[in-house]
Design a protein around this ligand. Structure first.
Ligand SMILES: [Zn+2]
Length: 445
């Protein structure tokens, strides 16, 4: 790629950060039209077909198509979201929506999640189109709204209402690609799957009574406290699945860590006692279906025994868990309190995975050699949700990937997702742009 590509991506990223497309989960937030317009201005008039979609006023997504030479070749989509989560300026060292460059880093909400990748994808697409290059199959750049609130006004909406326009055989979105130094060279994690999200309200019932005579009353709050205790104590079995096994083996951890991390009988104890909280939580979540009580509403007045408690629980499942299995787990956890607990489901999204070792996998590995000679890819399961799941459900191979420099550690990056002081070094932006530029030129057959 010619010229100062990293600088170009940085400038676009600054603009997108300053546009502050903050998605607070309400349908009228986000205003991604601002970033969609910036992307359209960057990409139009360069031989790509560009379409805008607006399921609700202001919730705009953009699809740019660069036509391929061969109709029968697979279609590749570079999928980036344009919204960001809220940021509280009090917790930050610099303005979260200032988009300033300080000591070679672009600061602001979205700098790693994932305006950095969205901007680098767009700049790479423009360069390729400007050259008049036509890839083997069609290549799409899709800038979507609403990723941060489960995609119902973005990728989920497009999958349902514009399926032909956004169809792709291979998809790359966030995140992955943080270089990890293993004993046999650099390893680049590719997110090949993500856990399922099952969200529910457990309603615990009792009988109302006077607070002045509590003995032998049927107090829903007291029962709910026991429900919370049982949920918090419940343990699911460890699953040392293929992606986890390959990841741990690939990053070259010392045997005293890798050993327990790959042993279903020892991993739980290891995670409970290992001093690094970040690694312990991550390793546990990657290998277990987890449940976390998160919200409780109860009671109406200080002198009334409550007859109802609503408790919300966030359950994240490994591949292979369906609703029936989750319900059986809750039944098991609640024991004899199951009869007093009524479950209402708000989300029942199962985990999704794509196989490793596909043509896209090999193409990413080849193209990454420019930045990291000798590096190889390792699969990784993300514990959060991304827009990749819509594509995996439609049968596409979808990965999370990008490239980062070695300036910041994986732990530092991980803490910045939805956290304070989010920033990215300009060098990383150049590496990602170079990655997409190379990927578009690869054959995916
Ligand atoms: Zn994201």
């Amino acid at each position: 790629m010619a010229g100062d590509v990293a600088g170009e991506v940085a400038e676009l990223l600054q603009t997108m950060i300053r546009n502050a497309c903050v998605n607070d989960g309400s349908p009228e937030s986000g205003h991604e039209e601002r970033n969609a317009r910036v992307l359209r201005d960057l990409l139009q008039g360069r031989g790509m077909d560009i379409e805008l979609y607006e399921p609700l006023p202001g919730r705009t997504s953009l699809v740019a198509r660069l036509e391929g030479r061969d109709r029968s070749a697979p279609t590749l989509a570079l999928l980036g979201h344009t919204d960001v989560v809220p940021a509280n300026p009090d917790d930050w060292r610099h303005d979260p929506f200032g988009g300033e460059i300080i000591d070679g880093e672009v600061w602001g909400r979205g700098a790693v999640d994932m305006l950095n990748l969205t901007a680098s994808m767009a700049v790479a697409m423009r360069h390729v189109a400007d050259e008049g290059f036509h890839p083997e199959g069609d290549v799409l750049f899709i800038g979507v709204a609403d990723e941060e609130a489960l995609g119902s006004q973005g990728a989920g909406w497009l999958a349902e209402h514009a399926a032909d326009d956004v169809h792709a055989d291979y998809v790359v979105t966030e995140a992955g690609g943080f270089p990890m130094a293993g004993s046999e060279g650099i390893r680049l994690p590719v997110l090949t799957g993500e856990k399922g999200a099952f969200w529910c309200t457990i309603t615990v019932r009792g009988t109302a009574g006077h607070g002045s005579q509590p003995l032998r009353t049927d107090n829903a709050l007291v029962k709910a406290a026991e429900v919370v205790r049982r949920l918090a104590e419940h343990r699911t079995p460890a699953d040392i699945h293929e992606a986890w096994r390959r990841f741990v083996a690939g990053i070259g951890l010392p045997e005293e860590i890798a050993g327990p991390l790959l042993d279903p009988d020892r991993i739980e104890e290891f995670c409970v006692t290992f001093p690094s909280l970040g690694l312990a939580r991550q390793a546990h979540a990657c290998t277990h279906t987890t449940l976390a009580p998160t919200v409780m509403h109860a009671g109406s007045k200080v002198n009334v025994i409550p007859d109802r408690v609503d408790l919300q629980v966030d359950i994240r499942t490994l591949p292979g868990w369906d609703l029936a299995r989750v319900e059986a787990m809750l039944h098991d956890a609640l024991g004899d309190l199951s009869d007093d607990a009524e479950i209402t489901w708000h989300a029942t999204d199962t985990a999704t995975t794509s196989p490793a070792d596909t043509p896209l996998w090999h193409a990413l590995e080849r193209v990454s050699q420019v930045s990291y000679p000798g590096a190889s890819c390792v699969p990784f399961l993300t514990v959060g949700a991304t827009d990749a799941r819509f594509y995996r459900r439609s049968g596409a191979v979808a990965y999370g990937f990008g490239l980062f420099s070695e300036q910041l550690s994986f732990e530092q990056y991980a803490a910045m997702f939805h956290g304070p002081d989010e920033r990215v070094d300009v060098a990383s932006l150049g590496l990602s742009a170079q990655l997409w530029d190379g990927l578009v030129r690869e054959s995916l057959r």
